[in-house]
Design a protein around this ligand. Structure first.
Ligand code: ADP
Length: 303
C-alpha cells in the first residue's frame, strides 16, 4: 500500500504541538519569529569551489545564513545542489574556500561538538539497517550523552516527542527495512530532530512523500524554525514547496548562484525560464501571497 493510504499512516496533525518543543536548554531559550538578517551569520560559505576527480561542479559560491533563517537551495537537476550540500555538511572536502559555523571553520571543529549543534539529513539514507525505529531515533541523542552515560528521562521525552511530531510513533517497534520510502524518511527526520539541532540541514526530505506528508513534515520543520529559532537549510527541487516554506532562496545553475533572495525576488517567470529552459507562468498563491509556478507542456508552448 502506498504512502498515506494505510490506516496507521495518517499523521495526527490536529493535536497542538507541545511547544516549546523541548524544555528549555541552555543558550536556546529566546523565542524568535523571524530571521535576523543583521545578526552574525550562523553559517557562512566563502568562495567555495568543489567537484569530483578533476570535474569542477561548484564554482566559487559564497553566502551567509543568518540565525533563524529557513533557506532553500533550488535549481535544476545536475546544478550542484547535492554537491554543495555535501561540502556544507563535511561529506566532501572543498577544493577552495571554507564553511564557517559561528565564525569557525567547520573542518576544525571536532565532530562531537558539531553533532551537538548541527543535524544532517542527507538523501538516500541506508535502509538496510536492522535497527528498530525507536532505537534509530534514540541514536540522535548520542551527541548529548557523555561517555558511558545512559539516556535519562529528558532523552526519552525528546524521543517520544519527535516520534509524535514526525508521525512515526505507530511503527516505532518495526525494523527500518520493513518501512516504505516515505516512512523511512520521516524516521530519519525524527532522528535528526532528536539531536535538538540549532541548524538542520536537509537534502530533499520530501522526495518520497505524498503531498499530504510533504506539507505536514515541512510544517513541523517550519514550526520548529519559528518557535525554537532552529535554522534550516533545505535542498528542494519542488519550486512551489520552496516558495511556500523558505524565507530565502538560492537558485543554482551550472554550479553557481544564478539568483538569491526572497521567493518573490527569485521566482519570477524570467528567472525560472532562464534556468530551467522551459516556459512557466508564475502566479501569486491566493492564500500565502507567495509565487506559485505553473507548468506548460512543450505542445502547449507550441514547440
Ligand atoms: P543536483 O543535486 O543539483 O541534481 P548534483 O550535485 O547531484 O546536482 O550533481 C552535479 C553534477 O555532479 C552532476 O553532473 C553529477 O553527475 C555530478 N556528480 C554528482 N555526484 C557525483 C559523484 N559522486 N562523482 C562524480 N560526479 C558526481
Amino acid at each position: 500500500m502506498g504512502e498515506g493510504q494505510g490506516g496507521g499512516e495518517k499523521m495526527n496533525n490536529s493535536r497542538p504541538l507541545p511547544l516549546p518543543f523541548i524544555p528549555s536548554r541552555q543558550g536556546r531559550g529566546s523565542f524568535r519569529t523571524e530571521t535576523n538578517s543583521d545578526a552574525l551569520p550562523l553559517l557562512k560559505v566563502t568562495d567555495l569551489v568543489a567537484g569530483y576527480q578533476d570535474r569542477k561542479i561548484i564554482d566559487r559560491i559564497s553566502f551567509g545564513v543568518p540565525p533563524g533563517c529557513f533557506l532553500g537551495i533550488i535549481g535544476p537537476n545536475g546544478s550542484g545542489k547535492t554537491t554543495l550540500f555535501r561540502v556544507i555538511t563535511g561529506f566532501l572536502n572543498p577544493w577552495e574556500g571554507e564553511v564557517l559555523y559561528q565564525g569557525k571553520n567547520t573542518a576544525r571543529i571536532p565532530a562531537s561538538d558539531i553533532a551537538k549543534e548541527i543535524a544532517v539529513m542527507p538523501q538516500g539514507m541506508d535502509s538496510t539497517f536492522s535497527f528498530r525505529v525507536e532505537e534509530l531515533v534514540a541514536m540522535g541523542r548520542f551527541p548529548h550523552l557523555g561517555r558511558l552515560q545512559k539516556s535519562g528521562k529528558r532523552d526519552r521525552d525528546v524521543i517520544r516527542q519527535v516520534l509524535q511530531l514526525t508521525d512515526t510513533e505507530d511503527f516505532k517497534d518495526k525494523k527500518l527495512f520493513e518501512l516504505s520510502g516515505g516512512e523511512r524518511q520521516r524516521v530519519f527526520l525524527a532522528q535528526a530532530l532528536a539531536q535538538e539541532p540549532k541548524l538542520l540541514l536537509l537534502d530533499e526530505p520530501t522526495a518520497h512523500l505524498d503531498i499530504g506528508h510533504q506539507i505536514r513534515i515541512l510544517d513541523v520543520i517550519k514550526r520548529l524554525n519559528r518557535t525554537e529559532g532552529m535554522t534550516v537549510i533545505i535542498v528542494l527541487h519542488d519550486l512551489n514547496l520552496a516558495s511556500l516554506y523558505c524565507d530565502r532562496l538560492i537558485l543554482l545553475k551550472d554550479g553557481f548562484i544564478f539568483e538569491e533572495g526572497s521567493p518573490s525576488e527569485v521566482m519570477t517567470y524570467e528567472t525560472i525560464e532562464a534556468v530551467y529552459e522551459t516556459v512557466v507562468l508564475v502566479n501569486e498563491n491566493p492564500v500565502t501571497k507567495r509565487p506559485h509556478v505553473l507548468l506548460v507542456s512543450m505542445e502547449q508552448q507550441g514547440r
